[in-house]
Design a protein around this ligand. Structure first.
Ligand code: FEO
Ligand code: CA
Ligand code: CA
Ligand code: CA
Length: 633
């Protein structure tokens, strides 16, 4: 187990990440091998895992389907086993004596700053010792105050705000496999919490802009914290990308909102109530603070003292995630969905090629490039429209003084460009054949009063089910045009309402959110049905939220895992050998948890502890095949 920081100096990751140059003999080259594989094979020839897939007869999916369930447990296929690690509240980086989890919500803010955050989301396994140990980087999207505190929000103090902020952000934990059982390593020099109060920096075109300067940060560069971290991505140079999604909900606006504030969904008041004790979140006192959130944040998990960087060249949005593809000339292309009704799909193309030399050599790669927004035309073709200041309508006369203002006001820029308003774009993934997939989770407002009607790419009014759309760029990933098609329309085919029926080949599902394509090329689909709508109406036959596998070549879909009651299944990753998979379970017990009061926290779920006291906890599920084989076969 490498715990010597000298091993992790960036100079040790400074060689070309090509897998061809990797010798199996040293830890540092093993690390480089995994970085080659990180790019989904764009740098790498067939890995051992990918080669193994060729031997699976009759398609890529080898497991037996798991039935729909409403039980408060995890179901996995026959021949598979699972364990639970890293639940909310467990210590990070240090042993637990002084800040062990207390299941009545009585841990202090200082405890929470060194404990795993709440409501796990995007996750990635960063290899340290092959498939035996590594660092799990994971997002904590939001919190339920009814779970976080003994008395919920019955009282409200600065200490409670600090604890709530500490339960947000990102956790980095060291994990290891000891004889088939995985555990978090504590103490560990790699263990790290990045919260809604951690020092981060803006980088790229927005730094120092008048719209990001505040009284506390007149230079417009240093931002405290990252929040509402939803999906995640990875770069070929070995860093983690975390997306700030519904950031606006943490800010309280005034009685009269500016057009800019309205376009970004600002309201007076905030259910998180941070603004009552932390003026940063009072947008009347600090109107520029919201402009400092909504960015893709890059974190180097291998360097625990590194500063998380908000990469502003990639634009501001209620970003779901950030998925990197690599062009033939080694430029990074980052795909991003903005999960909100009638918002957009973006891609960023870096100006420069990825350099040999890991995170240090590529420290400003994501600061220079071109941001585009997608327009899906009815004829199955599409265009990428550049968000470049001075081009087309993006001029000072239309309210964009410079490129920084275009990036801060990416929604307004996309409106003017006439981009396609989508049905809540969630995760985006890229397969081995160059198809780019986006999960469009649902849109209950489509076709509603004064709302856009259905179009070719978003073909359902009152879209309760969602769909997965895919496109192939015309040439390489940096192309400005593409051809698109629907991959699958979700929904129970037995429903009477024609627009709710799906066309799934295999097991039915609804509301796709998480997408992840593994090293073999198998696509994993994770569901986020609203827990208040679950089991009713168009979702009546769906059971709990689940994870399914889809074969991108055949379209076959099979249910792999069903989560506990009231949960969402979100975020998946695996060890390089494909034999251990990590999946996050978010908010078991919803909607009972959503009330911000702690009345009967176990009303819906008591997962995973199942103690007569305590409360449900988001956690990571580790899945293995009993025969030691590759997950999904
Ligand atoms: Fe955080 Fe769009 O799910
Ligand atoms: Ca999501
Ligand atoms: Ca979602
Ligand atoms: Ca959810």
């Amino acid at each position: 187990m490498a715990k010597d920081f000298s091993l992790m100096e960036d100079s040790n990751r400074s060689s070309n990440p090509s897998i061809h140059e990797v010798s199996p003999l040293s830890r540092r080259t093993v690390l480089r091998a995994s970085l080659g594989a990180l790019a989904g094979g764009f740098f790498a020839p067939l890995t051992a895992v990918a080669a193994a897939s060729a031997t699976v007869a009759g398609g890529m999916i080898g497991f037996k389907s798991v039935p729909i369930s409403t039980a408060d447990t995890i179901s996995v296929p026959e021949g598979y086993t699972y364990q639970v690690i890293a639940p909310w509240g467990d210590p990070v980086g240090m042993s637990g004596e002084n800040h062990a989890f207390k299941d009545d919500g009585s841990n202090s803010a200082a405890h929470q700053e060194n404990q795993i955050g709440m409501h796990h989301d995007g996750i990635h396994f960063f290899e340290q010792d092959g498939s035996k140990s590594g660092l799990l980087a994971m997002n904590h999207e939001y919190v339920d105050h009814g779970l976080l505190f003994t008395d919920g929000m019955a009282t409200w103090t600065a200490e409670k705000v600090r604890k709530s902020q500490a339960a947000h952000g990102v956790s980095i934990v060291e994990v290891e496999d000891k004889g088939g059982k995985w555990s978090v390593v504590n103490p560990s020099p790699w263990g790290r919490r990045i919260t809604a109060s951690t020092r981060t920096e803006l980088s790229g075109p927005v730094v120092g802009h008048v719209m990001v300067k505040t009284a506390a940060d007149p230079a417009g560069r240093v931002v405290l914290g990252t929040l509402n971290n939803c999906a995640s991505g990875i770069t070929p140079w070995g860093t983690y990308l975390t997306a700030e999604e519904n950031f606006i909900n943490y800010f309280s606006g005034g009685d009269s909102l500016s057009e800019h504030e309205k376009r970004w969904g600002m309201k007076k008041g905030s259910s998180y109530r941070w603004h009552e004790h932390d003026a940063r979140f009072d947008a009347v006192k600090n109107p520029n603070e919201p402009n400092r959130f909504g960015w893709i944040v890059e974190i180097d998990p291998y360097n625990p003292s590194s500063t998380p960087m908000k990469r502003t060249a990639m634009g501001r949005g209620a970003h779901e995630g950030a998925t990197v593809a690599v062009t033939k000339d080694k430029r990074a292309v980052v795909y991003m969905g903005e999960d909100a009704r009638f918002e957009y799909i973006y891609k960023f193309v870096s100006r420069d090629a990825i350099k040999p030399g890991g995170a240090v050599a590529n420290a400003s790669l994501l600061d220079h490039g071109t941001l585009y927004v997608a327009k899906f035309n009815a004829d199955g073709k599409g265009e990428w429209l550049a968000l470049t200041h001075g081009q087309g309508p993006l001029t000072a006369a239309n309210g964009f003084a410079d490129q920084a203002e275009v990036l801060i006001k990416a929604r307004q820029a996309s409106d003017l460009l006439g981009a396609t308003k989508m049905d809540r774009p969630e995760w985006v993934e890229v397969d081995k054949e160059g198809w780019v997939y986006a999960a469009l989770t649902n849109n209950s407002n489509r076709g509603g009063d004064k709302q856009p009607v259905a179009d070719a790419a978003n073909p359902r009014a009152n879209n309760t089910q969602g769909n997965i759309i895919r496109w192939k760029e015309d040439g390489d990933f940096h192309a400005t045009s593409f051809a698109w098609a629907h991959f699958v329309m979700a929904g129970d085919p037995s429903l009477e309402r024609a627009e709710a029926k799906g066309n799934i080949k295999g097991d039915m599902f609804s509301c796709p959110d998480g997408l992840w394509i593994d090293a073999r090329g198998l696509m994993w689909i994770q569901l986020d049905m609203s827990t208040s709508a679950m089991g009713k109406g168009d979702l009546k036959n769906m059971g709990n939220n689940a994870m399914l596998a889809a074969d991108p070549r055949t379209g076959e879909v099979r249910r792999f895992l069903v989560g506990p009651s009231g949960c969402e299944v979100t975020g998946a990753t695996a060890t390089p050998d494909g034999k251990t998979m990590f999946v996050n379970i978010q908010h078991p017990g919803e909607p009972a948890n959503e009330s911000n009061n702690p009345a009967n926290p176990r009303a819906i779920s008591n997962w995973p502890d199942q103690k007569p006291t305590g409360r449900p906890r988001s956690a990571t599920v580790v899945i293995r095949k009993i025969d030691g084989g590759i997950i999904g076969t």
